[in-house]
Design a protein around this ligand. Structure first.
Ligand SMILES: NC(=O)c1ccc[n+]([C@@H]2O[C@H](COP(=O)([O-])OP(=O)(O)OC[C@H]3O[C@@H](n4cnc5c(N)ncnc54)[C@H](OP(=O)(O)O)[C@@H]3O)[C@@H](O)[C@H]2O)c1
Length: 286
């Protein structure tokens, strides 16, 4: 049995789907099981990283864990809690979803400090481990869909900073390889798409896919911080986001790797592939 945490989210949904398609027994973890969060017919466990007894239920009879945490404010506590119950329950291996740039110094700050602490806990856990450090998800641009459908410009927080934007399905495919093949134990993979793209590059590819112009508007760091705070995001999360976007804006995420191709023996999908599959999100009328 493989436990998939974050199973209702962007990456976890794909991990569940790919595990099922390849005939593996997978259990989806969510705080709120329903047909909306996890497809019907899936083995599901209701559990919360904040509730140790629910985590103990989640890891019962589990061999491997896909560990995806998304705490509202940055903390390694969710990773640490899961690792503790997994070790006691005799789980063999863990695949941790981290982030590109984790631990890199940027000015006085460290990019992805909470993922860095969580990675250290994973490596010290005594379980066989694989760490995945993906670049910026192609699916982040779904946040732009309302603006694009309304013909409005999309906010650009990262200026001309290019990133190796990656299809979430490729991240999930690498996770499934690591969950099912011990050859990936002890490896840290940095996962990118095949090309470097800035937000204006993504906008022009989306424009070609939907057949209408997509403009961008530059949001300087001070305004971005103000907007995120007034949207209700907790200050610690705003600070972590600001560090990550400043890092990308400065061109520090101008990184392409071969890791997806090495693990999957095929090229990663392009942003255009992803945009074509999600065209409807940017074009449908309400
Ligand atoms: N977006 C990017 O460009 C990017 C790039 C690199 C790395 N990352 C990393 O990717 C991760 C986010 O992945 P994602 O986009 O797939 O996530 P997502 O779509 O935001 O989904 C978050 C998942 O976490 C679960 N969750 C949240 N709080 C929980 C709790 N207290 N207990 C149990 N489950 C909880 C949610 O499940 P329920 O609500 O169903 O309980 C949901 O399935 C983060 O670690 C982020 O740092 C993101």
């Amino acid at each position: 049995m493989i436990l998939v945490t974050g199973a209702s989210g962007t990456i976890g949904r794909h991990v569940m789907q790919l595990l099922q398609q390849s005939g593996h027994h997978a259990r989806a973890m969510t705080r709120a099981p329903s047909g909306r969060t996890v497809p019907p017919g899936v083995d599901v466990v209701q559990a919360d990283f904040e509730d140790l007894s629910s985590l103990r239920r989640a890891v019962a009879d589990v061999r491997a864990v896909f560990l995806l945490t998304a705490p509202a404010t940055p903390t390694p506590d969710h990773d640490v809690a899961l690792l503790a119950v997994a070790r006691s329950a005799g789980v063999n291996s863990v695949v941790k979803l981290s982030a590109i740039g984790t631990g890199e110094r940027f000015g006085t700050a460290t990019v992805g400090a909470w993922h860095q602490a969580a990675e250290e806990a994973v490596r010290a856990s005594g379980l066989a481990w694989t760490v995945l450090r993906p670049s910026s998800f192609a699916s982040n641009c779904l946040y732009w869909s309302d603006a694009i459908r309304a013909g409005q410009p999309i906010p650009n927080l990262t200026g001309d900073g290019e990133q190796g934007v990656i299809d979430p399905r490729d991240i999930a495919a690498v996770a499934v390889a690591a969950l099912t093949d011990p050859a990936h134990a002890g490896k840290t993979y940095t996962l990118t798409g095949p090309e470097l793209l800035s937000v204006p590059d993504q906008a022009s590819q989306l424009a070609e896919v939907i057949g209408r112009p997509v403009e961008t508007v530059d949001i300087p760091p001070s305004s971005a911080t103000q907007q995120l705070l007034s949207s209700g995001m907790p200050p610690a999360a705003v600070e972590a986001t600001a560090i990550g976007t400043a890092w990308a804006r400065a061109g520090r995420n101008r990184i392409l790797t071969e890791d997806v191709a090495k693990v999957l023996s095929r090229s990663p999908a392009t942003f255009r592939d992803w945009a074509q599959r999600h065209r409807e999100a940017f074009t449908r009328t309400p």
